[in-house]
Design a protein around this ligand. Structure first.
Ligand code: KIV
Ligand code: NA
Length: 265
């Protein structure tokens, strides 16, 4: 069995051990990430953008996520495998259960759900049925139509709302919490508020771990405006394996993200 399990994540937070996460969509990259110190692999619905070429994550289906999950699951020796529930798949607890079972059958060990609100019932429903859940708050890309774009979240009065949502998803049973595009001080505060590990992306070094989309981390031009938090680790590491080691070392040392790759407020 693999060293990374769901209980091991909570223990890592208690030990002050930083968690290193990357997205992956195929066996080749997943093997390289797994062999060079990545703790968690995410089959992100970002695949709609970086693999399929869409402008958002909205067109991605459960079958798409399952396909990539299957390929990645075959090669992981170490890393825990998390898979996104795509847009609509978590609209009701029953639909979320069906989708999650499909992803677990494909090899996922945890499913990720964007948002709080009515999703709290979905999280509770899955956790009660022994399906580990990762929550995702802050900028939730599946909300792009109602948000009107990809923007920093949790500024001003929205900060207390985000803190309350974070406590609520932890209370509902989430085992992990991704915080995307929120001011660093708020992400640090949320990290102190909850016992579950927080994984930041554009959320500063005060989180319990970090995640990046692999294409961003390898310096590929996404065709979209490059977010501030993106860093090209291939330039630094010189090879894919070197990039992973440079990223993992920087996350564990707390030197990534630095102020240049985070939102101060
Ligand atoms: O889909 C994805 O890649 C994600 C990460 C950005 C956290 O959800
Ligand atoms: Na996602």
């Amino acid at each position: 069995s693999k060293p990374w399990t769901v209980p091991a994540l909570a223990q890592a937070k208690r030990n002050g051990q930083k968690l290193v996460m990357l997205t992956a969509y195929d066996a080749g990259f997943a093997r390289a990430f797994d062999a060079n110190g990545v703790d968690l692999i995410l089959i992100g619905d970002s695949l709609g953008m970086v693999v399929q070429g869409h402008d958002s994550t909205l067109p991605v289906t459960v079958a798409d996520i399952a396909y990539h999950t299957t390929a990645v699951a075959r090669v992981l020796q170490r890393a825990l495998l998390v898979a996104d529930l795509p847009f609509g798949a978590d609209a009701t607890p029953e639909r979320a259960l069906e989708a999650s079972l499909q992803l677990l059958r494909a090899g996922a060990e945890m499913v990720k759900i964007e948002g709080a609100g009515f999703k709290l019932d979905v999280i509770r429903y899955l956790v009660e049925r022994e399906i580990p859940v990762c929550s995702h708050l802050g900028l939730t890309p599946q909300s792009v139509l109602t948000l009107g774009g990809f923007k920093v979240q949790g500024r001003g009065e929205a900060a207390e709302r985000l803190r309350a949502d974070a406590r609520a998803v932890a209370e509902a049973g989430a085992a992990l919490l991704v915080l995307e595009c929120v001011p660093s001080p708020l992400a640090a505060q949320v990290t102190a508020d909850v016992a579950i590990p927080t994984i930041g992306i554009g959320a500063g070094a005060g989180c319990d771990g970090q995640v990046l989309v692999m294409h961003d981390f390898l310096g590929l031009d996404s065709g979209h405006r490059r977010p501030k938090f993106v860093k090209d680790f291939l330039a630094e590491g010189g090879s894919v394996a070197g990039a992973v080691r440079a990223y993992a070392d920087a996350v564990r040392a707390g030197t990534f993200p630095d102020a240049e790759h985070a939102y101060a407020s």
